[in-house]
Write a protein of this length. Structure first.
Lengths: 327, 315
């Protein structure tokens, strides 16, 4: 699309009447360069000042003992060595990995199912779409507080619903084993956002493809498996990467629900809601160990690159872009 | 949610993007398809009923927490702690709302939150469209490289810049001001620039080229030609940015120490630690905090969800 527009050969327009012909240094070409730079300059300033410079700074800090107040000394790789042996960091990583391995695939599957259902032409379709998107509009802190109360083992909503089905609900946030599933459950409530992206993809699939498969005798499952899934695969990849990035940086709800802002020593019962970024926040802003926190940031960043790299490697032969291009 | 709302404003997108240019198949697609066999039509009708049932069930599950929040906010403290749960209470304890609002300095925190959110919207829309114009509409050699950089930074996790950015702002003396939360929005954030760019690419080039031939400057074309036809993407980005600023917790937590500067996110969590067992007050505060976003959603959803369901045509 874009390419097509750009490719339209526009004859170099004559210099407008009344305008002196530019000559010398400021050629047409250079003028366009300057305009382009002019328009992207706010972002370039941000990129240098708020991304590249801070990144360089943090790389430097990660090799020092910088703590905001004291003097800064170069400590070599000792921050990284300390991290390797830090039991709390390992626990935080383990908890974070739980989100990546359990929450991300479950959310992906749930949002895909949502989108498939929303794509069926039923009465009140618009109402359903609105309703399923609604949890996205609840502020993070408000949903954390809502779920703290809804997950109350005795008087809460979740165990009340389970009680209707004669299931005795677990202790949720008061239990080391159930606190992370509680977080997963809460996040499944809000998968409408990813579902909307899938829905757009579903509506982009050409009906002719599905009809052709049907004529060839493909059943519903096989149409789903061999037409729908390949056509959606770029979006599945996109949502998977976005899911991994946000799971590895999970912060607000865990921090609020685990009581991080009360200055307590444990995030969630038995530190079971201590996620990587929650720990990084504590180290950086409560203990002021900026050097150590910077090293942690880089380790997390590299881990994200590895996880995303693995996803891309796994998906390279499975993601099918042509259905999109054809559209 | 009454059925009367069904056909009106809350319409969600029918096609992938309601943008100029070739769209996806329209709303009438499934109906226009004639079943090959009657038996298959019957099977499809059963499938449709099943989908309807599942969707209804899911919607009830999604709405229950909202109902729970609302009902809890109208109960006395004793009514909260009953087994089985009381879903209908009378009289309604509306006083929970006035109590909750007076316990947190609600009005000043609301004012702070509104101020931050509005400035964020202004900054995000201005910078996002401005930068995107340079990436989509000005034909200059650097723009492919710039767009590649933009995509790369879109994937860059915030965790890597969180701490050093704080140090930068502290060195500037901006801690305990709103500047660290506002100034970055005026420098553009990759995702919103991306959304604007995708939209701008679909505005037919001859329109801006004609203005260019008439001697219009790029700035004039941006402001007078491109922006006026970009209402859908502007409102989508505005809503997204508003929600993001309204909801933000980590930013205010790091940069705002003074309770007088706090936003509702911070005020609500402080309230939580002080009155943790007063769930009726907490739920009342949560309802009041959530309501503006729900209203914004319903007012803007016509454009809003079209903008989120963005285009993967990366060009």
């Amino acid at each position: 699309m874009a390419r097509a527009l750009e490719a339209v050969p526009v004859a170099a327009p004559p210099v407008a009447a009344g305008r002196p012909a530019r000559s010398g240094w400021l050629t047409r070409r250079r003028r366009r360069w300057l305009w382009g730079l002019f328009f992207v300059s706010p972002w370039l300033i941000g990129l240098v000042g708020l991304t590249l410079y801070p990144m360089a700074l943090s790389l430097y800090y990660s090799f020092t003992n910088y703590d905001i107040v004291g003097s800064t000394q170069w400590v070599g790789t000792s921050n990284y060595q300390l991290l390797w042996n830090d039991p709390e960091f390992r626990q935080a990583l383990g908890n974070t990995l739980y989100l990546v391995v359990v929450m991300v695939p479950l959310s992906l599957a749930a949002s895909l199912v949502y989108a498939l259902l929303l794509n069926v032409n039923v009465r009140g379709q618009r109402v359903f779409r609105t309703v399923l998107y609604l949890p996205q509009m609840v502020p993070t802190v408000a949903s954390a507080i809502l779920w703290l109360w809804a997950l109350n083992p005795q008087y809460g909503l979740v165990n009340t619903i389970l009680g209707w089905a004669h299931v005795l609900g677990p202790l949720w946030l008061s239990s080391i084993t159930w606190s992370k599933p509680a977080i997963v459950l809460m996040n499944l409530w809000g998968v409408g956002g990813a579902a909307i992206i899938f829905l757009a993809g579903l509506q982009g699939i050409s009906p002719a493809l599905l009809d052709a498969a049907r004529v060839d005798g493909a059943g519903a499952w096989s149409r789903f498996r061999h037409v729908t899934i390949p056509a959606l695969s770029p979006l599945i990849l996109f949502n998977a990467i976005m899911g991994v990035l946000s799971a590895m940086q999970y912060f607000t709800q865990a921090f609020v629900m685990g009581g991080g802002d009360t200055g307590g020593t444990s995030i969630g019962v038995g530190n079971s809601l201590q996620f990587a970024v929650v720990y990084l926040y504590e180290v950086a802003f409560a203990d002021l160990r900026v050097g150590y926190a910077s090293a942690m940031g880089w380790v997390l960043f590299l881990m994200m690159l590895v996880v995303i790299g693995l996803i891309l490697k796994f998906s390279v032969r499975r993601v099918y872009y042509e259905a999109w291009r054809a559209r | 949610m009454s059925t009367s709302t069904d056909e009106r404003e809350i319409s969600l997108p029918e096609g992938p993007l309601a943008l100029p240019g070739p769209g996806g198949p329209g709303p009438g697609r499934p109906a226009a398809h004639v079943p090959l066999l009657r038996r298959r039509g019957v099977r499809r009708a059963t499938g449709r009923t099943a989908a309807l049932l599942v969707l209804t069930g899911l919607s009830v599950l999604v709405l229950l927490p909202f109902a729970w929040m609302l009902v809890s906010s109208l109960k006395t403290n004793q009514q909260l702690f009953t087994v089985p749960v009381q879903w209908f209470v009378w009289p309604l304890h509306l006083s929970n709302y006035s109590n909750a609002l007076s316990l947190i300095p609600f009005w000043s925190q609301l004012a702070n939150t509104v101020m931050l959110s509005v400035l964020t919207v202004v900054g995000t829309v201005l910078s996002g469209s401005f930068v995107a114009y340079g990436l989509a509409k000005v034909d200059w050699p650097g723009r492919r490289l710039m767009f590649g950089l933009l995509l790369a930074t879109m994937l860059l996790p915030g965790v890597i810049t969180l701490v050093p950015t704080y140090v930068v702002f502290r060195d500037l003396g901006w801690v305990n001001t709103y500047l660290p939360l506002i100034v970055p929005t005026f420098l553009g954030s990759p995702y919103y620039i991306f959304l604007f760019r995708q939209f701008f690419l679909r505005i037919p080039e001859p329109i801006s080229e004609a203005a260019r031939i008439d001697g219009a400057s790029e700035l004039w074309i941006y402001a007078r030609v491109v922006l006026p036809v970009s209402r859908p993407v502007i409102s989508a980005v505005a809503v997204l940015a508003f929600v993001q600023a309204w909801t933000d917790y980590l930013g205010p937590l790091i940069y705002l120490d003074q309770p007088s500067q706090w936003t509702l996110s911070l005020g609500l969590t402080a309230f939580l630690t002080k009155y943790s067992a007063q769930w009726n007050f907490m739920m009342a505060a949560a309802v009041v905090f959530t309501l503006p976003l729900i209203i914004v959603f319903f007012v803007a959803s016509k454009h809003f969800l079209k903008g989120i369901a963005f285009d993967t045509d990366v060009g």
